[in-house]
Design a protein around this ligand. Structure first.
Ligand code: PLP
Length: 423
């Protein structure tokens, strides 16, 4: 199936007389006819639902759809994007382990790694994703277990050279995980370029309507955990499942099953059936929306980049953008989603003045929505960062993040024009 067909049909095929639309299975639990049947589920000898924290038919259908869209062997929905990244890291790392992560990742990911997981003994070295291979390789230690980057970084709007980062990670026998939130599988499928794992904040374009919080971890099935020899928990018996060995029992799905039955079991950061239902509605129109968001944003970026009050626009769809070539290489038809960063002449004050004069485009702690929204990262999502860390992440104090929605571009441009003329 093509992606637009998958968006409508993957994950749920109704039988004769069954609901046409994916039903919300609003049940925490499932009935079985014998204790022996339940025991087989608990021992992971048979697939099946027994408690919604570990799996639910509505959530499962959406997981199958997202796995199909990314070209993976399995997916695990979580209660938020943050929960997805936490699940990703904790499935692979324990106290004493180490990660290599791009310094341009989303502020919440930076905080999770630099502060919270550090408190639990998992260390991270942040790298400049555009440094030479030699520079990046200096960050690796014998304890390194994972490399993380973002396809289209929030809000630096840099494009990750996925092939190169995957090759570096693999030289060190560890997987590359890519946060594919802004691109979505419609604009980029990181597994096609060698990434091993993908995470999303489904709160963004996948839902797209700002109605539910969610995340997802997707497994390509391509990383060979046994051959790496750095992941004993995948090849040695798990005492919490009577000595089950993930690679032996689940083959290519070893990672995603471990994430579900061990980390989701213990952390409980699951997606609800209701949340998955909303996410599924969003996914049905994702291909249409990603094309329109990208076309609208391209027009807005071209307009802003020539405006006398604008110092610069970062949008990889612009020909003079430093990431234009990478965008052409990695993003479908060079489409770059709806998000851009705008630097106004006059720094912090001008950025705030511009936002305060907008009428149609609204200030929100959100991006990737059908409605155009704006945000000042230095005073919101990235406020925990020092100036030096902000600069490393590619964010200046006067930067405004603009997420172009699906309104008619004539109306968006008119609003931007009047706001730029008002201060
Ligand atoms: N990853 C990226 C790229 C994001 O933009 C966000 C949120 O903005 C997250 C992860 C975290 O997702 P959530 O807000 O759903 O927890």
């Amino acid at each position: 199936m093509q992606q637009s067909t998958m968006c409508l049909h993957s994950g749920y095929t109704p039988g004769n007389g069954e609901p046409r639309v994916l039903p919300i299975c609003q049940s925490t639990t499932f009935r079985y006819e014998s204790t022996a049947a339940i025991a087989r589920l608990f021992d992971l000898e048979e697939p099946g639902f027994f408690y919604t924290r570990l799996g639910n038919p509505t959530v499962d259908a959406v997981e199958q759809k997202i796995a199909a869209l990314e070209g993976g062997v399995g997916a695990l929905c979580t209660s938020s994007g943050q929960a997805a990244t936490t699940t990703l890291v904790l499935t692979l790392c324990k106290a004493g382990d180490h990660l290599v992560c791009s310094s341009q990742v989303y502020g919440g990911t930076f905080n999770l790694l630099a502060v919270t997981l550090k408190r639990f003994g998992i260390a991270t070295t942040f790298i400049d994703q555009h440094a030479s291979d030699e520079e990046i390789e200096k960050a690796f230690t014998p304890q390194t277990r994972l490399v993380i980057g973002e396809t289209l970084a929030n809000p630096a709007l840099s494009v990750l050279d996925i092939k190169r980062l995957a090759a570096i990670a693999h030289r060190h026998r560890v997987p590359l995980a890519v946060d594919n939130t802004f691109a979505t599988p419609i604009l980029c499928r990181p597994f096609d370029y060698g990434a091993d794992l993908v995470v999303h904040s489904t709160t963004k374009y996948m839902d797209g309507h700002a109605v539910q919080l969610g995340g997802v971890v997707v497994d390509s099935g391509n990383f060979d955990w046994a051959a790496s020899e750095l992941f004993p928990e995948f090849v040695e018996p798990d005492p919490s499942y009577h000595g089950l060995v993930y690679t032996q029992a689940f083959g290519k799905q070893a990672f995603i099953v471990k994430a579900r039955v061990q980390i989701m079991r213990d952390l409980g950061c699951c997606q609800s059936a209701q949340g998955a239902f909303y996410l599924n509605l969003g996914l049905e129109t994702l291909p249409l929306r990603m094309v329109q968001h990208s076309q609208n944003a391209q027009q807005v970026a071209e307009y802003l980049s020539t405006h006398s009050k604008v110092a610069g626009v970062r949008y990889p769809g612009l020909k003079n953008d430093p990431y234009h070539a990478l965008a052409q290489q990695y993003l479908k038809d060079g489409m770059c989603s709806g998000v851009m960063s705008v630097e106004l002449k006059g720094g912090r004050q001008a950025g705030a003045g511009f936002i305060d004069h907008l009428k149609l485009c609204s200030p929100e702690v959100h991006v990737a929505d059908i409605r155009t929204c704006v945000l000042h990262p230095a005073s919101s999502t990235h406020r925990q960062m020092t100036d030096e860390q902000l600069n490393q992440a590619g964010i200046s104090p006067g930067l405004v993040r603009l997420s172009v929605g699906l309104e008619n571009t004539a109306d968006i441009l008119e609003d931007l024009e009047q706001a730029l003329g008002s201060f």
